[in-house]
Design a binder for this molecule. Structure first.
Ligand code: G6P
Length: 606
């Protein structure tokens, strides 16, 4: 959450910082700021977007060293004052920070008692004042930062500059990511490679507790005890093109449209036609161990959790192992029983979500076996787990998750096939699933081709103040994700319910103002679902059905018919029209599709 960029080198820092911040805006976008060093610190910060910041940064804003920030408020409302960077009272030190300083109140009270005047309500500002004090007493900025961080309880990714040491940036990480970018006689740092790929693809990820000193000619990294650490740079696969809208009006539409390719990448090299199994080498598990699990427990947040529900269903059906999904944010706080015969699966697109990371750490502390299903290579969760499946879906920029959701669901199909084929899933059923997986990309193309029709339906339905989403068993997580997409990007109230539960309460809401989106696949529950549609229409509710054929009787006002796959894999396809529905509803209502209000893509706070 929040984006950090830092630069030191021969060029002007400001344009590089602004460009980098733009790339990180998905992490938070309520205020933004930059500071450069050039015979003193020059600061500009505003409430608003990076584009608003760019307007107030003068053309002549010279300085070869600087740091920038885009914020998602935790301490203090979004305002010019609370925007980062924060300066020390003597204007010597500037700090940008992601994360939360838990003992900020206490540190602040001590500083105030000593006569320090605060300019903001943020927890970050205490760091600026403390580092300035330490800088007076220590020889290096590195020492001053290290000394300050010893006083701090909480999470942080920080970047610090000192007006009196104009050739260096100090960065440090504890719980919030910091990546160094290595250029030609220039160095960068950021909270995500997205801000770096335009300038370099050579990166170094800092570990928790590490601190780094960056100068134009290179960098040094140190562990928390000040010992120097040796880090090998990695080359990132993604280049700047992966972060462009590629001619689409929004990242969201681009990411929805990419799904035939992204799910192809997720399964690429992992399907075996001879034994009808999935090869998942990253799990680091032999067949004996793979057979030994008695349960599967899946954790994740937001859309990741809903894809986990699809995953649990797939594992129960194909591998016949009891499986369930739970929000990681709940799991970690309820002192879960950690069982040695359970396989724990943590899902995260970003690999950074703090609640999911903390749940993984709790599981590992208690001796649980945890694997990850993660998109961002080398991310915190990817490094914490015992093994896992990378999605290879490419960067997902829009705040609402789409391609990562389908790739995660697909990764679960691979995992279920893998677990099933070392147990009782027959070769014939294995083949059926493998063949079904291969058909998915083409079928997604067919659904995408219905974009115009879905856009028309979205216009019709988005006029209502709220919508109900229903589905049974395999269809229920699809309904939940459909409702989530609609509410997060269009702000239309959307509620998801198991279709079977409708009559136990929410049917009272049904009427002309509350249309229902019903997930009605051609499976063994078809008749039950059609009965539910009848019940809704009998109460004057409109129905938009998503399924595999028009119902014989007039049970729906509108129908989106999609191609049929194997029943276990249908949920992946049923999700796609709902993504398009939410997208077009948000466009029709004039919403900020890629950056919905109040949200951020990577939630790296509790
Ligand atoms: C945030 C985003 C959601 C996302 C969730 C989990 O809440 O707004 O779209 O599903 O985080 O993110 P992750 O990166 O862990 O999958």
């Amino acid at each position: 959450m929040c984006g950090i960029v830092a630069y030191v080198g021969p060029k002007d820092a400001a344009p590089i910082l602004l460009e980098g911040l733009q790339r990180l805006e998905y992490r938070g976008y309520d205020s933004a700021g930059v500071v450069v060093s050039n015979r003193g610190l020059k600061l500009r910060k505003v409430k608003g977007r990076v584009a608003d910041l760019a307007k107030v940064v003068p053309v002549r804003f010279k300085g070869n060293l600087g740091i920038g920030h885009t914020r998602w408020a935790t301490h203090g409302v979004p305002s010019d004052e609370n925007a980062h960077p924060h300066l020390s009272a003597d204007q010597r030190i500037a700090v940008v920070h992601n994360g939360i300083i838990e003992n900020a109140g206490e540190l602040r009270a001590k500083l105030v008692a000593d006569g320090v005047a605060f300019a903001s309500e943020t927890d970050t500002e205490v760091l600026a004042h403390l580092i300035a004090r330490a800088a007076d007493e220590n020889d290096t900025l590195e020492e001053a930062v290290r000394k300050t961080l010893k006083l701090v309880v909480g999470t942080y990714g920080i970047a610090v500059i000192d007006a009196e040491r104009p050739g260096e940036v100090v960065v440090a990480r504890n719980g919030s990511p910091i990546v160094l970018g290595i250029g030609e006689k220039e160095m960068f740092a950021a909270s995500d490679v997205a801000a770096l790929v335009r300038y370099t693809r050579q990166v170094v990820h800092l570990e928790d507790g590490e601190l780094a000193v960056l100068k134009a000619d290179g960098f040094h990294t140190f562990a928390s005890d000040a010992r120097e650490t040796a880090k090998e740079p990695l080359t990132v696969d993604w280049d700047a093109g992966h972060y462009d809208t590629g001619g689409y009006e929004h990242y969201l539409l681009k990411e929805i449209s990419e799904q035939p390719e992204t799910i192809t990448r997720t399964m690429s090299g992992r399907l075996d036609e001879r034994f009808h199994v999935a090869h998942l080498g990253g799990l680091n598990m032999d067949a004996r161990e793979t057979r030994s699990f008695r349960r599967v427990k899946i954790i994740g947040c937001g859309s990741a959790y809903y894809s986990g529900q699809i995953g649990a269903q797939l594992i129960e059906e194909l591998a016949r192992i009891p499986a369930d999904a739970e929000p990681a944010s709940e799991f970690r706080y309820r002192n879960p029983v950690v069982d040695p015969n359970t396989l724990y699966v943590a899902i995260s697109q970003s690999g950074e979500t703090y609640d999911t990371l903390a749940a993984v750490q709790e599981l590992k502390r208690k001796g649980g076996r945890v694997i990850g299903i993660v998109n961002a290579v080398g991310s915190a969760i990817a490094r914490e787990v015992d093994g896992g499946i990378y999605l290879h879906a490419g960067p997902e920029v829009s705040v609402a998750s789409t391609k990562a959701f389908t790739s995660t669901s697909l990764a679960f199909a691979l995992l279920a096939l893998h677990l099933g084929r070392v147990r009782d899933l027959s070769p014939a059923d294995g083949r059926r699933v493998v063949d079904g997986l291969r058909r998915l990309p083409g079928q997604i193309e067919e659904i995408l081709a219905q974009g115009d029709k879905i856009a028309e339906l979205a216009q019709k339905y988005a006029k209502h103040p709220g919508m109900m989403f229903v589905g049974r068993v395999r269809g229920y997580p699809v309904a939940r994700e459909g409702a989530q997409k609609l509410k997060e990007i269009s702000y239309v109230h959307a509620e998801a319910y198991p279709a079977s539960e409708l009559k136990h309460g929410p049917l009272a809401l049904i009427g002309p103002d509350m249309p229902t989106v019903a997930i009605v696949p051609d499976d063994e529950l078809l008749d039950k679902n059609l009965t539910t549609l009848g019940e809704i229409r009998a109460r004057g509710g409109q129905v938009l059905m998503v399924g595999h054929r028009e119902p014989a009787a007039k049970l729906a006002d509108d129908v989106i018919v999609i191609p049929k796959n194997e029943i276990e894999l249908d949920p992946i396809l049923l999700t796609i029209p709902l993504q398009l529905l939410a997208y077009h509803a948000a466009v029709a209502l004039g919403r900020d599709v890629d950056k919905p209000r109040n949200l951020a893509k990577s939630v790296t706070v509790e």
